[in-house]
Design a binder for this molecule. Structure first.
Ligand code: SF4
Ligand code: SF4
Length: 437
């Protein structure tokens, strides 16, 4: 069931306080079906692609591996296993990464032996998810099996289908092309959590996907159409919009009875449980005006970005900026000789985009105009202006009182700031300094 709320004689979409409306540029890829990238001849697979302790290598140079062979074992309480994404030979283990050369045969190690899914217990589902090395694919890369074992019980699950970052459409395409599988993954997660209530929070620029999902929604799962606004996909913002609960300052979603996972993660859970497939590939948006052809690509983890450019027919023009992730929260990248990893949702090649110009121009020393626009834009009710001034003056007590730890580093304040102050960088530095005080 699609959900709007009705007031007066108008339908309204749900949203949160603050936020911004950057141009989305989603038209570049939203109508492009997911294309499978050709097999790489070599992959570099880092053993740390998640929050927590890096996995420990369980292969040695010279070992033969197949697609899905475990090459790194989760270590410690918060960690995730890592698997080979191609078949071939381990050539090197360097800088905590396993380098594998392909034999071109794409032999699989895992068995597609679909067992009786309905008989699986909550614990068995979580074990399969842990064994498959699944982490949050929205960028956070927190191990999913641990997220599904919260320290106190929760009463609902929210599928984060907002995909609010400009340019990115990988989740949108997955929902259009694999709606039944995503709902099956969601049901598995709800069973693992022991909850009967599920929500799908999706922005109104993806109503086609919402309608596809609605055909497969079981009883107890509701679709909430949300206003397209950045950062609607932030966990706190999503929870506030969908179930009207406020995650306390410094708190986590489970404290208000909620667990949130994004679309790609839920799809990976489906594949792990139904196909016994470890997480060795994912869908990534390759976009930006410097590319000849923007695409949504299914890519093996560990493939170098430079090797994927041919799938997009190369550059129209040398990009001024390459960003891994979305333009708001992603990281600028100097080299194309880096691998895509589990948390990579997009790679952007920008020749003249606003972000490229702005990010190179931003200066922390520009004086604040006290216009208040950053305060209006901040989705977590912070005062980025005061925060940045206190950070500049190294008044760490004031910085702490201004709840710097609540900042989700969404970049909305920086995007809107007419003085072009480098607010996010200052806040990041402020957080580090506060910890060492
Ligand atoms: S202060 Fe943090 S949370 Fe608020 S808008 Fe800026 S980056 Fe986003
Ligand atoms: S938006 Fe920029 S100039 Fe305006 S109050 Fe915030 S930091 Fe100052």
């Amino acid at each position: 069931m699609l959900d709007y709320f009705y007031r007066g004689n108008r339908y309204f979409m749900r949203t949160f306080r603050g936020g911004i409306h950057p141009p989305t540029f989603k038209h570049l890829t939203q109508n492009k079906p997911i294309k499978t990238a050709s097999l790489p001849s070599r992959v570099i697979i880092p053993l740390s692609q998640h929050i927590g302790t890096p996995a420990e290598a369980v292969v040695q140079v010279g070992d033969k591996v197949k697609v899905g062979t475990k090459i790194g074992e989760a270590k410690g309480k918060i960690s995730a296993s890592v698997h080979s994404s191609i078949s071939g030979e381990v050539k090197e283990i360097r800088n905590s990464a396993v380098i594998i050369e392909s034999n071109g045969r794409d032999e699989k190690e895992f068995l597609n032996d679909v067992q009786e899914i309905n008989d699986l217990s909550s614990e068995e589902i979580k074990e399969i998810i842990a064994e498959a090395g699944i982490v949050g694919l929205g960028g956070a890369a927190f191990p999913t099996a641990i997220k599904l074992s919260p320290p106190k019980s929760v009463d609902c699950f929210i599928l984060n289908a907002a995909e609010c970052e400009p340019y990115l459409t990988a989740d949108h395409r997955l929902m259009l092309e694999k709606p039944e599988e995503i709902i099956k993954g969601m049901k598995l997660i709800m069973k693992a959590l022991g909850v009967k209530k599920g929500y799908i929070g999706i922005e109104d620029n993806k109503e086609d996907a919402a309608r596809r999902l609605s055909h497969f929604c079981p009883l107890g799962v509701e679709i909430k159409i949300l206003k397209t606004k950045y950062p609607q996909g932030g966990e706190r913002e999503l929870i506030e919009t969908v179930v009207h609960r406020k995650v306390p300052s410094g708190g986590l979603p489970y404290e208000v009875g909620v667990v949130v996972n994004n679309v790609a993660t839920v799809f990976a859970v489906y594949e792990a449980v139904y196909l016994r497939k470890p997480l060795y590939e994912r869908v990534i948006t390759f976009s930006g005006d410097a590319l000849h052809q923007a695409e949504n690509l299914r890519v093996r983890i560990g493939t170098l970005i430079k090797d994927l450019l041919k799938e997009c027919k190369g550059f129209k023009q040398e990009p001024e900026q390459v960003i891994i992730g979305g333009p708001m929260m992603g990281l600028a990248q100097e080299s194309l000789e880096v691998p895509v990893i589990k948390g990579t949702g997009g790679v952007l090649f920008l020749k003249d985009a606003r972000w490229a110009k702005r990010k190179s121009r931003l200066k922390r020393e520009n004086p604040c105009l006290h216009c208040g626009r950053c305060v209006e834009a901040c989705p977590v009710n912070l005062n980025p202006s005061l925060l940045s001034l206190a950070i500049e003056k190294k008044k760490w007590d004031v910085v702490k009182q201004l709840n710097i730890e609540d900042c989700i580093e969404c970049g909305a304040c920086e995007y809107i700031c007419p003085a072009e102050r480098r607010l996010v960088q200052m806040i990041r530095e402020g957080k580090t300094s506060c910890k060492s005080q």
